[in-house]
Design a protein around this ligand. Structure first.
Ligand SMILES: [Zn+2]
Length: 142
């Protein structure tokens, strides 16, 4: 009799624990999201993509860091649902899953009294020497 009661107790205790582990509370979700975004290079990547699509070569040309390192950041951003990918021929393009993230960055800048204009400009930047289709097209039209 006693053993049945104990068994039931542990069973409900385990269920409670499992629920706690699988269901993050709101603060955890926000903290985890900000943690992924909380690296200067990742904020740069988000700003460069902006409301457009950007391929890794475009990010590489602007950031001046190696593609392998950029890819690691893109994987983290993709796993967090911040960016998604689209393949077009031999290029893979990255876009923001939700452009509201730009407002988050701009508003944070405003709160810190940082001029958001240069941050906003990085989204439409055409980089001379970049071989991505967008820059190559713009440069050819010049
Ligand atoms: Zn480019």
């Amino acid at each position: 009799m006693t053993s049945i009661v104990v068994k039931r107790y542990y069973s409900s205790y385990n269920t409670f624990n499992n629920m706690n582990m699988s269901t993050e509370n709101s603060e955890d979700q926000i903290a985890n999201f900000l943690k992924v975004l909380g690296q200067p290079v990742r904020i740069q990547i988000v700003l460069i993509i902006g409301e457009n699509d950007a391929c890794v070569c475009h990010l590489e040309a602007i950031l001046g860091i190696r593609q392998a390192r950029i890819s690691q950041h893109l994987i983290a951003l993709r796993n967090a649902g911040i960016v998604s990918t689209r393949r077009d021929g031999r290029h893979i393009y990255y876009r923001l899953e939700n452009p509201k993230i730009l407002d988050l960055v701009y508003q944070t800048a405003e709160m810190l009294q940082i001029d958001a204009a240069p941050l906003k400009a990085s989204s439409n930047r055409i980089e001379p020497g970049c071989v991505c289709p967008r820059c190559a097209k713009e440069m050819a039209e010049c």
